[in-house]
Design a protein around this ligand. Sequence first.
Ligand code: PEP
Length: 254
Amino acid sequence: MKKYLIAGNWKMNFTSNEAISFVNQLILHLSELNLEQIDVLLCVPFTNLHPIKSFVNSNLVKIGAQNMHFEEKGAFTGEISPLMLLDAGCEYVILGHSERRQYFLENNDILSKKIISALSHNLVPIFCIGETLSQRQANLTFQVLESQLNVLETVPKEFLSNIILAYEPVWAIGTGLNASKEQIIEAHLWINDHVIDRFHVQLPILYGGSMNNDNAKDILECKMVSGGLIGGASLKILQFIDIINTAISLSQQG
Ligand code: PEP
C-alpha cells in the first residue's frame, strides 16, 4: 500500500489566530479518519509554530517550517536555527523552494549546509527541485534536476535515506498550470532512477505545483508520486481536506 505525505506550504500567509482556527478545523476532521496510510503536514510561517505547537502532540498533524539557517545560534540577524525549530515542535523543514532560490539566491552550497544541518538535528528536509519554463522549453529539465541533485553528493551517506524530495516545476507553482500526468510521471521516474543509480537509495518524491482538489486524484495516482506539496490549496480548509480524503481513498485502493 502506498503511504502518502500531504504537505501544506502556507508560505507567508495566516496570522496566529487564523492559523489556530485552521488547525482546529483540520484536527476535527482528521480525528474521524483512518490516517494509517497518510501523513498530514503543515509547513507554516515561523510565527505560527508556537501557537499551534500543542496540536503536534495530537499525532494527527505534523508541523514543519519553510526554511532555516544552518547554524545553531549566533550573529545571523533575522534567521531561525534548527534548535529553534525543534523547540517549536517542528519535524520537517522545506529547503530549496524555488521562491527561496529565486528571491533569496539560495544555491547548492547553501542548500548543502542547510540539508546537512537539518538532518543532523533530526529534522526531515523536504528538498525542492524543479525547472523553470524556459529551461523546460530549452530541453534542459533533466540537466537542471541533475545539477540540483548534486547537493546530495555532499550529504553523509548514512543520512541520505531521511531526505524527502519534492519535484516542483517552477512554471506550475502558484500559476494554476499543473504539469500533465505524462510530465509528472516522466520527471518522477527520472528522479527516482537517477537517485537510485547515483546514490543507491530510494527517496519519496512529492509533486508540487498548483495541486488542488480537482487534480489531486490524477496526480497522486501517478507512479512514483509519494504525496503532494501544496501551496494555495493548503490555505483553503475544504480544499485541503478534500485532497487528504483523495489520498486516503487512493491509499486504500493500494
Ligand atoms: C508550493 O508553494 O510549493 C506550491 C506548490 O504552491 P502552489 O500549490 O500554490 O502551486
